[in-house]
Ligand binder design. Structure first.
Ligand code: NAP
Length: 323
């Protein structure tokens, strides 16, 4: 076990890395526990590592690819003295200070790190359809990431599942590669914003399949097709596609904190406890980004809340630890 850190930041998406930039510039030498590169749900850099071109992040009028944006965030944090480690937190003990953090074996007697304060920025992960074959065929035709995998579907006939902004964003991006993209939605009306809906309706490569759900994902070593059920008539039909992109929403990564931090029924962390906007119910533990935001869920709002968390943490440390 090493020295007691001022602040440990768990998670390295826009929220965590912005918190790192601000707390590094406040001379707090933050430790960032970034997650593991091999993980699909806790990947360093967060969801932008799996996203398409980001066109709405201020300062990039031409747009920027998600992974490039996150590489810039990280470089900026490290430049000011943040220590970034490609490690996945497996357990925390927030019952007393200094807070205890384990990476690796969660049953190890001694924690790996001790910290006076913690900023939780573990984000959220993609939801899946939970059909047999779905996980097995990820990377073999099934994907949650158009940016990562779109290129492989040049000239193909593919489908996207979902009716929200993510599904339309993915479908639109995929038309750069695929000949035809079928957007499969379980209802007769999209959830996506009007501007995104128009984008889908006006794209001649996108075909809407309403009131339909995927019931089977076919293929042994690679995706060979799907079965779709009409939710009104119950009729089943086969669709021969080589790519299936699942874009049905997200779940916050809060399992580590169950029983220690207050969560909403939906699993999101509760913040704004007391006077500080990013404070959780445990003094000295703050949270920012998608792990506590089910309303906006944008990179820019995550980054903004990361800044707030760093300032809240700095003030809390000043009042309770460094005074
Ligand atoms: P979302 O808004 O929650 O939409 C999820 C979609 O998936 C819904 O249409 C839902 O259907 C469908 N769905 C959920 N579970 C399903 C299942 N098991 N099988 C089939 N379909 C299922 O999630 P999102 O699209 O990821 O967007 C999340 C947030 O990020 C939103 O606030 C969105 O505005 C924002 N966002 C914004 C942008 C942008 O502005 N550029 C881009 C992406 C995301 P129902 O409609 O029937 O519930």
């Amino acid at each position: 076990m090493s020295e007691i850190r001022n602040v440990a930041i768990i998670g390295s998406g826009p929220a965590g890395l912005t918190a790192a930039i601000y707390s590094a510039r406040a001379n707090l030498a933050p430790l960032i526990l970034e997650g593991e590169p091999s993980s699909t749900s806790d990947q360093p850099g967060g969801q932008l590592m799996l996203t398409t071109e980001v066109e709405n992040y201020p300062g990039f009028p031409e747009g920027i690819m998600g992974p490039d944006l996150m590489a810039r965030f990280r470089e900026q944090a490290v430049r000011f003295g943040a220590e970034a480690k490609l490690e996945k937190v497996t357990r925390v003990d927030l019952s007393e200070r200094p807070f205890k953090i384990w990476v690796g074996d969660p049953d190890a007697a001694e924690p790996t790190y001790l910290a006076q304060s913690v900023i939780v920025s573990t984000g959220a992960k993609s939801l899946m359809l939970n059909l047999p074959n779905e996980f097995k065929l990820i990377g073999h035709g099934v994907s949650t990431c158009a940016t990562c995998d779109g290129f492989f579907f040049r000239g193909h006939n593919i489908a996207v599942v979902g009716g929200g902004d993510s599904a339309i964003e993915e479908a639109t991006f995929l038309t750069k590669f695929a000949d035809k993209v079928t957007l499969i939605h379980r209802r007769g009306e999209l959830r996506a914003s009007k501007i995104m809906q128009d984008r889908a309706f006006n794209n001649e490569k996108i075909e809407l399949l309403w009131n339909s759900e995927v019931t089977e994902i076919k293929g042994t070593n690679k995706l060979e097709g799907i079965t779709v059920r009409d939710t009104i008539t119950g009729e089943l039909s086969s669709m021969a596609i080589t790519g299936l992109f699942v874009a049905i929403g997200h779940r916050p990564n809060t399992d580590l904190f169950i029983g220690q931090l207050d969560l909403e029924d939906s699993g999101y962390l509760i913040t704004g406890v007391g006077e500080q906007v990013t404070a959780t119910n445990v003094p000295g533990v703050f949270a920012c980004g998608d792990v506590q935001d089910h309303t906006y869920r944008q990179a820019i709002t995550a980054a903004g809340s990361g800044c707030s968390a760093a300032i809240d943490t700095e003030r809390w440390l000043e009042a309770h630890v460094h005074s």
